[in-house]
Design a protein around this ligand. Structure first.
Ligand code: SF4
Ligand code: MG
Length: 336
């Protein structure tokens, strides 16, 4: 049986004045209904690009997409715009990071929630307005029958994020993609929004992709985790296993530079030295090798010349032996 969302060997390339950017390179993953997949990585790692591709949102004139993206059996790559338009907002919807730019300042919140509903269901204005009120209530906006006529600037940041979730969910999508949905919010509101997403998922059975650069956000929220670096997946598995015993040197670095999981608050954070590579000319071999402290342990030129594959299921794209991946973390990284 096919997964609800199946991405196979996806590559996304942009033509720019400076050359071709390999934004995503050979990415594969699957997602079932009712499950949440976290995609983590630094900015520019390909997280957002991947998910724009899932929704068919790239400009075909400047973007070359290869591989397969099957959403409930529908091939999304190369699908005509008429097909994509029916799916977007309806079967799959996106929550963006910044509610101030994603919501138009010129229309009421209610109208922006009602509009996609009318478009996809053919509901009347009156019906769509009632639906907007119901959605605002579902996402926890107090007095929704009054607030429905407010403009976005009359909402707090947390309320705007709730309104965006209402907008994304108004047509009962089966896939919800949340791109850094809590980044602009303070910690308490972040937790409320993540809880809300979880509750809505319980109600609707939707599949969720949560994109974030913050491992702290995924810990209590997602089922499975995909770690991306330089356009490639470097580690994947059930979130508890990845966080308890990460196997890829890049994931070790991410964990080391994460305040909330650091061993002690008094210890300095260990950021990953160096910067991510240019995707105009990604390094050959393992894309992490210019920053990795284990190249000499692997030996020879292997890390610099041979691209490590990512095993399906639980695993890391790294030439260190699986045994060594386990023991390095247990003995050298965790105890610090
Ligand atoms: Fe480091 Fe080599 Fe593993 Fe890449 S393959 S993460 S360079 S040890
Ligand atoms: Mg992004």
């Amino acid at each position: 049986m096919n997964a609800f969302l199946s991405v196979r060997d996806l590559s996304v390339r942009f033509s720019t004045e400076d050359g071709t950017v390999r934004a995503v390179d050979g990415l594969s993953f699957t997602l079932e209904r009712g499950r949440t997949l976290g995609i983590v990585g630094e900015s520019g790692s390909g997280k957002s690009v991947t998910n724009l591709a899932v929704l068919g949102l790239h400009d075909p004139r400047t973007t070359e997409i290869r591989g397969e993206i099957l959403l409930d059996g529908q091939e999304m790559t190369g699908a005509p715009e008429s097909v994509l338009e029916k799916l977007r907002g309806n079967k799959a919807a996106m929550i963006f990071q910044d509610s101030l730019t994603a919501l138009s300042p010129y229309y009421t919140v209610g109208r922006q929630i009602a509009e996609p509903y009318r478009k996809h269901t053919g509901a009347s204005r009156r019906e769509a307005r009632l639906r907007a009120v119901e959605m605002l209530r579902r996402v926890g906006i107090p007095q929704p029958e009054l607030r429905v006529d407010d403009y976005p600037h009359q909402f707090s940041g947390g309320m705007r994020q709730r309104a965006m979730i209402a907008m994304a969910l108004v047509c009962d999508p089966e896939l919800l993609i949340a791109d850094e949905p809590t980044t602009a919010l303070d910690v308490t509101v972040q937790a409320q929004i993540l809880d809300l997403l979880g509750e809505l998922q319980q109600e609707t059975g939707a599949a969720i992709i949560l994109i974030t650069h913050d491992l702290g956000v995924v810990a209590g929220t997602v089922d499975d985790l995909l770690v991306m670096y330089a356009g490639r997946a470097v580690e994947q598995g059930p979130v508890r296993e990845v966080l308890r015993a990460p196997r890829h040197p890049y994931t070790w670095g991410l964990l080391g530079s994460m305040p909330r999981l650091a061993a002690s608050v008094d210890e300095p954070l260990t950021p990953i030295p160096g910067t991510p590579p240019s995707l105009l000319a990604p390094p050959p071999g393992c894309p992490f090798h210019p920053r990795c402290g284990y190249v000499s342990e692997v030996g020879g030129d292997r890390c610099r010349t041979e691209r490590p594959g990512l095993p399906p299921g639980r695993g890391a794209a790294c030439h260190l032996s699986e045994e060594r991946q386990r023991s390095v973390f247990a003995e050298q990284i965790r105890p610090r």
